[in-house]
Design a protein around this ligand. Structure first.
Ligand code: GSH
Length: 217
């Protein structure tokens, strides 16, 4: 199995957590700017050039959530990232969508905007997504009041999505102290060995964070 990915990329981290949770063996095809061969193979697999991309037994698997679902079906391990009960699985998928759509997407908008030339920046758009992040933090704070992990008591695909999205969102639009449940959840994620490893592997790239990485996790 091959994973085309970059250690600093949030969606790649989501899948890397899933792989590390179950010690799933894979060949890491790192998409370095200076590795033209790997980048060309990746572009041939997925012309939209988004990552991560998984290749398994000649099959190309796209989109982080689909990759994790694929791993759960085809390479299951002791940590079940999707519950067997289809109704419980809906709760996991809902929270996975929440983190991708309402935390990761607005966070990325702010980060990508910072990479533009000043005259091409979209300040109203950035203001809108900062407001969305505040609403999302508030909703999540209420939701996490009685939960250890995103969908309840078991670590799941939703936590794979939560970890990098909350990690970078807090760097981008800090989670206010009033959202104590969200901040505590982010700390629990950082203490999870799979995510701790992913964070450590990405440490050398922090200088690339366009807003300037804070001197903390
Ligand atoms: N919906 C995709 C999103 C993937 C995505 O946006 N990945 C970013 C890296 S975190 C990317 O490919 N960026 C490269 C680009 O935008 O050209 C997924 O879940 O895998």
């Amino acid at each position: 199995m091959q994973l085309f990915a970059h250690p600093f990329s949030s969606y790649c981290q989501k899948v890397l957590i899933a792989l590390r949770e179950n010690d799933t063996p894979f060949e890491y095809r790192v998409l370095s700017p200076d590795d033209e061969q790997t980048r060309a193979e990746h572009a041939a697999l997925w012309p939209l050039k988004r990552f991560p991309v998984l290749v398994d037994a000649g099959r190309t698997v796209l989109e982080s959530s689909i990759i994790i679902e694929y791993l759960a079906l085809n390479h299951p391990g002791p940590v079940r990232l999707l519950p067997d009960d289809p109704r419980a699985a809906l709760d996991v998928r809902l929270m996975d969508r929440f983190f991708d759509n309402y935390i990761m997407t607005p966070m990325q908008k702010i980060v990508f905007d910072a990479m533009r030339a000043p005259e091409q920046r979209d300040q109203p758009g950035v203001d809108d997504v900062r407001a969305m992040l505040d609403m999302a933090y508030r909703w999540l704070d209420n939701t996490m009041e009685d939960r250890e992990w995103a969908a309840g008591r078991a670590f799941s695909m939703a936590d794979c999505a939560a970890a990098p999205s909350l990690f970078y969102a807090d760097w981008t639009h800090p989670i206010a102290s009033e959202f104590a449940n969200v901040r505590a959840y982010r700390e629990r994620l950082l203490a999870r060995p799979s995510f701790a490893r992913v964070v450590d592997d990405a440490r050398p790239y922090r200088g690339f964070f366009p807003l300037g990485a804070p001197d903390r996790d």
